[in-house]
Design a protein around this ligand. Sequence first.
Ligand code: ZN
Length: 175
Amino acid sequence: MADVAHERHGVPLEAYELTRRDHASQKSSDQIRDAVNKQAEKWQAEEEADPELREQRYAHRKKALEMLGAFKNPDHQIMRWRVRLYCGHIVETKRHCTMVNPRMHGSSSMRCPDCGKDPSAIVAYEPLGLVAELANPRNPSTQAPKSNRLTRTQLEQRIAALEGENARLKTAQGS
Ligand SMILES: [Zn+2]
């Protein structure tokens, strides 16, 4: 954790003029949202025409959500970020501490909790600190508790397997 240098970009609390890059980023987030909505509409239409397929997909989604719910990163691994959004609102968001900035891994936009714009691109950001600072990182009792929960990687593998199964089901149904 100490090795991660968290970046900052602009000063979220200061006056800010949107750049061409911000507009491009917002546009690309909008396009992704449109594509996702279109896909969801397609799935919905398929499911309306085929209640059995709907049941199968529902079961898979439920399972995937349960697996995600079973996985929670400890607070000392969660970094808080102050971000300025495309819509002009300044809000707080959280990311895993291994991310050097909050725009990584396809999360360059978010739903604005203030005005509801969804998505709203992150245009400036600064790290605020971990949700929970470890009192003494060298003291083993304050380290992350050992648990037999799934690791993130195992979880992702299982979700990928579920998605594969989903795709196979879909193909088997014929479309
Ligand atoms: Zn907003």
